[in-house]
Design a protein around this ligand. Structure first.
Ligand code: DX5
Ligand code: ZN
Length: 217
């Protein structure tokens, strides 16, 4: 299924209201829900861990897409399976043993994703394609919402060539808005994460703005 999916990142939602925020973006027509897990070590910011993600689970009726920006990864895989992650994405830069990590994620019953920082080449995933369901191309340096988009269209095109007809999603994360979305979509991306561009101007009391923002992307 190559139709474009919008995955709002709840990093830009009201942290005191996650359940209501998730229900609002789903009611307004998002396709997936993107959950940014940060450890203050792999990236210079801290968000939440497995107990919080488990608490989000009953509010998500679409796809719970969990993006781990943590190192190490392997000790936490079971906890995210237990929390109910559908897709669990790890950074290739976070471990010398990404192959093992992807096998463990699939073995725990989730769809494995690989994320690539802006400085990491497409070729980093070349020998991992049979172990992954999603490649997340970071278009910002991970850690914060609301950063400026970094053009990675050449990398996206290269990945689309490498993937050929395998059923692997190419997800874009960082600085996606109505201006940058068409660039990455035409390069071959099919899942667009957007934080600030979805949540700006809205709230759980004014969720229509979320819907307008989603449709504008
Ligand atoms: C960045 C996160 C992103 C972030 C995107 O480290 O992985 O998911 O929330 O936020 P925007 O869309 O505001 O760049
Ligand atoms: Zn993310």
């Amino acid at each position: 299924d190559r139709s474009i999916k919008i995955a709002p990142s709840i990093l830009s939602a009201d942290f005191a209201n996650f359940g209501a925020e998730i229900r609002a973006i789903e009611a307004e027509g998002c396709d997936w829900v993107h959950i940014d897990v940060m450890d203050g070590h792999f990236v210079p910011n801290l968000t939440f861990g497995p107990p919080a993600v488990k608490a989000f689970r009953p509010h998500v009726t679409t796809v719970m897409d969990v993006h781990l920006m943590i190192a190490p990864v392997d000790p936490y895989i079971e906890a995210y399976a237990d929390a109910g992650a559908d897709v669990l994405t790890a950074h290739v830069e976070a471990t010398p043993h990404i192959h093992r990590t992807l096998q463990a994620i699939r073995g725990a019953g989730m769809k494995p994703g690989i994320a690539l920082n802006p400085g990491t080449p497409a070729e980093a995933v070349e020998h991992l394609l049979d172990l992954t369901d999603l490649i997340c191309v970071m278009t910002v340096n991970p850690g914060f919402g609301g950063q400026k988009f970094i053009d990675m269209t050449a990398k996206i095109r290269r990945l689309r060539e490498m993937i050929r007809d395998r059923p692997i999603h190419i997800e874009i994360d960082g600085g996606v808005d109505p201006t940058t979305a068409p660039l990455v979509a035409s390069a071959g991306a099919d899942v667009l994460v957007a934080g600030s561009a979805v949540f700006r101007g809205g709230s759980v009391d004014n969720p229509g703005a979320y819907g307008d923002n989603i449709r504008a992307i």
